[in-house]
Design a protein around this ligand. Structure first.
Ligand code: ADP
Ligand code: GLC
Length: 470
């Protein structure tokens, strides 16, 4: 079976969040199971593209509105990621340093989708399944059925994976002119509430959609940023498949990015050594339990709650913990956190920005990780944390609810709190600190977490089962 994953992120080519981790790992695990999985992404001007060798394999030209675009398809020569990686380059549109944040994002992603289909058609490549990831490529299932030039793909099955339903790619109808010519009486498939909504289009037109956890699938019927009724009416083709982790890269026994490697048996000593090195570097007290937050500064992640949580904790002198924050995003949240750093020297430290290697060091050094998310389709941080023996304290929502069981429940190994507010978060942190302070308890749950199987093998097979069913 031949499957093409289409995405605008893929680790290590271009990563903003978990989407990249999934697209950079899932295809490799699918190949191990006998599927010919490829990845197609936009070209970026990034270290990965500068440091690796690419061969041009195709080129073409198309009109987007009145503008003529020339594209080139480049294949990474060595398949160094463990799967064939193809990049589509369009000078001035798909050759930039960042993935997001450009004002012409709609034009960029329409061009990417158009060039992708144009290339497949001209090269007579006809996969069995196209697995599209998130709204940036949500128009592809529509174009394959209703665009004049691409109807030859009407019988190719499409799976659309929702990594995050909060972002939908809305565009004004004046952008409609930029799409390849399509059956105009089908315009309603593009529309949601008066705008072109690529996420809604994908859900309407795909053969099946998946979400990155079962819990999140259920939540989308009730809370989907305006698409609740659509998800409900299309529920028969919805599947929840939880993300896995790439244990070739996220494995404390072999991780080259952490000072001291360890496995379950050596985790107590190994983590202590990593923590010591880390605390020395960031001026934190290594004798105190170390809590961390790693992630985007977004309200969806509950990052706006962090300043209040920190003040609540440290306003009680009996609360003796260290806190380390690694993140970037909303500038106001960052400024609020920055303002607290001076108030709690030795107790609070932070790195503002995106730092892949530092994230590994933090997972290895910390005792606990906090995720006070308002929305969390899956969440990879808690999975990486557990693999590194770091105890998750999470709000019970979406994928967090599916992957973390509270210690209060039989066989539990984490701390789950009900609401995304500082009171609930602080009380869960208190519960966790008490618990790990009791003799032997920390090591017991750490062992349990490190032995959990969150590898991609099972979930990669579930995707394949779905492709087969289609
Ligand atoms: P999301 O995709 O919603 O941001 P996930 O939990 O699925 O959340 O994935 C987040 C990924 O991004 C993880 O690999 C995490 O380690 C990484 N990450 C997030 N922020 C940073 C940062 N500032 N520096 C390094 N890695 C980060
Ligand atoms: C999204 C979600 C996150 C998920 C990731 C990978 O960014 O916010 O919860 O883990 O995609 O699927």
């Amino acid at each position: 079976m031949h499957v093409i994953h289409l995405s605008v992120e893929c680790f290590p080519l271009a990563k903003v969040g978990g989407l990249a981790d999934v697209v950079g790992a899932l295809p490799r695990y699918q190949r191990k199971l006998g599927v010919d999985a490829w990845v197609v992404c936009p070209y970026y001007d990034k270290p990965f593209t500068r440091d690796n060798h690419f061969s041009p394999i195709a080129k073409g030209t198309f009109f987007q509105g009145s503008e003529e675009f020339h594209y080139e398809v480049l294949k990474e020569t060595k398949d160094s990621l463990g799967f064939p990686l193809y990049l589509i380059r369009i000078p001035g549109k798909l050759d930039r340093e960042e993935v997001y944040c450009y004002l012409d994002e709609a034009e960029q992603w329409i061009a990417f989708q158009h060039a992708f289909l144009h290339w497949l058609k001209n090269s007579q490549i006809k996969p069995d399944v196209i697995n599209c990831h998130d709204h940036h490529v949500g128009l592809v299932p529509f174009l394959m059925k209703y665009a004049d030039d691409f109807k030859t793909f009407a019988d190719v099955k499409t799976v659309f994976t929702v990594h995050n339903g909060q972002y939908q790619g809305w565009m004004n109808w004046n952008k409609g002119i930029l799409l390849p010519a399509f059956d105009t009486w089908k315009w309603g498939l593009l529309d949601w509430d008066g705008l072109i909504n690529p996420l809604a289009t994908a859900i309407k037109c795909c053969d099946a959609f998946t979400t990155v956890s079962l819990g999140y699938l259920q939540e989308l019927y009730e809370q989907a940023n305006g698409l609740e009724s659509l998800f409900s009416s299309e529920a028969a083709k919805g599947y929840g498949i939880v993300n896995g982790i790439d244990d070739a890269y996220w494995n404390p026994a072999e991780d080259k990015l952490i000072p001291v490697n360890y496995d379950v048996e050596s985790s107590k000593k190994g983590k202590a050594k990593n923590k010591k090195a880390f605390c020395e570097k960031y001026g934190l007290d290594e004798t105190l339990p170390l809590l961390t937050y790693i992630g985007r500064f977004a309200t969806e992640k509950g990052a706006d709650l962090l300043p209040e949580i920190i003040v609540d904790i440290f306003s009680n002198p009996e609360n003796k913990i260290g806190i380390f924050i690694l993140g970037s995003g909303d500038v106001q949240i960052q400024a609020n956190l920055q303002a607290l750093l001076a108030a709690y020297p030795g107790q609070l430290a932070a790195f503002f920005g995106y730092h892949e290697a530092l994230a590994h060091e933090v997972y290895a050094a910390a005792d606990m990780i906090l995720m006070p998310s308002r929305v969390e389709p899956c969440g990879l941080n808690q999975l990486y944390a557990m693999k590194y023996g770091t105890i998750p304290i999470v709000r019970g929502i979406g994928g967090l609810k599916d992957t973390v069981i509270d210690v209060g429940v039989r066989n539990g190994y984490g701390f789950v709190f009900p609401e995304a507010d500082s009171t609930d978060a602080v009380s869960a942190i208190g519960r966790a600190v008490d618990y790990i302070g009791q003799r032997g308890k920390m090591q017991r749950i750490r062992r349990k977490e490190m032995e959990l199987d969150f590898s991609w093998d099972k979930s990669a097979q579930q995707y394949i089962n779905l492709y087969n069913r289609l």
